[in-house]
Design a protein around this ligand. Structure first.
Ligand code: A2P
Length: 275
């Protein structure tokens, strides 16, 4: 298992399995497929509505808890007061776990301006040992800089939209400077045009791999934690089969040239959907 060491010393599998948009009723089977394929890190969130299904799959697998790495996230409605503590307990209960490996603030929601409060709550949860690491998601430079200035506590992870069309080079550099691990959501660009990109298809042909495998390999070589999602067993396995080839400097340069700032998801500066 290829791992990344977070800034608090905890190790995390570099390749995990994402379950955004997987219905709860399917999550048990799909996560079961992923665990059978070798994934040990599962990324869910309260708002995904599938923590119960994920928890069932974890138990079905019979794998020891310390071989699993479970991430879940605090929803936007729960930043203030004791909301984060209550939401954390509810996630634990739905997952059927007594600790979380990584707990993230899902979005900064700057229009509400309570993410610093939420961050202090997460630090408390971390200090109590109920989350082995805590971090943020969809935080840009100005949100991170506020956390540094107002709390002095550095997140372990910043999970953001990141793929070859939107590689987030500036944020990756800032994160690296502060010892924050960058984690990529929608690492395959949600499977849309990116996976038909002729540059990626051609690099794949050269290595006997698919465009999806090339993109995942690119993430790994950049040092990102990456959590592709699929509900298709063959793709679940394919996406884990990325440890037997290496992209060369020409491949990496060609992929770097694909950057066109094409964000797919919401802009964290304005996103304030409450679900
Ligand atoms: P499906 O779940 O139907 O298999 P991302 O992780 O970037 O959000 O991308 C997820 C999307 O990409 C899903 O629609 C998924 O489809 C699709 N996908 C995942 N893996 C592959 C793959 N190896 N080849 C083609 N499409 C894939």
């Amino acid at each position: 298992m290829q791992t990344i060491t977070l800034n608090n010393g905890l190790t995390m599998p570099q390749l995990g399995f994402g379950v955004w948009q997987v219905p709860d009723a399917e999550a048990r089977t799909v996560v079961g497929e992923a665990l059978a394929a070798g994934y040990r890190s599962i990324d869910t969130a309260a708002i995904y509505g599938n923590e119960k299904g994920v928890g069932l799959a974890l138990r079905d697998s019979g794998l020891p808890r310390d071989e699993l790495f479970v991430t879940t996230k605090l929803w936007n409605t729960d930043h203030a007061g004791d909301g984060a503590l209550r939401a954390f307990d509810a996630s634990l209960e739905r997952l059927g776990l007594d600790y979380i490996d990584l707990y993230l603030i899902h979005w900064p929601v700057p229009s509400r301006d309570r993410y610093v409060d939420a961050w202090r709550a997460l630090e408390k949860i971390h200090a109590e040992g109920r989350a082995r690491a805590v971090g943020v998601s969809n935080f840009g430079a100005k949100h991170l800089e506020r956390l540094f200035a107002e709390t002095g506590l550095v997140p372990a992870v910043d999970q953001v939209e990141l793929h070859p069309y939107f590689p987030q080079n500036g944020l990756r550099a800032l994160n690296a400077e502060h010892g924050i691990t960058t984690e990529a959501w929608s690492p395959l660009g949600q499977g849309r045009g990116l996976l038909e990109d002729q540059t990626l298809v051609a690099i794949g042909a050269k290595h006997g791999k698919t465009a999806a495998q090339v993109v995942l390999r690119w993430h790994l070589q950049l040092g990102n934690v990456v959590i592709p999602k699929s509900v298709t067993p063959e793709r679940i396995r394919q996406n884990f089969d990325v440890f037997d080839f290496t992209l060369d400097a020409d491949d990496l340069a060609a992929i770097a040239a694909l950057d066109h700032g094409g964000r797919i998801g919401p802009d964290p500066d304005t996103f304030d959907w409450m679900g």
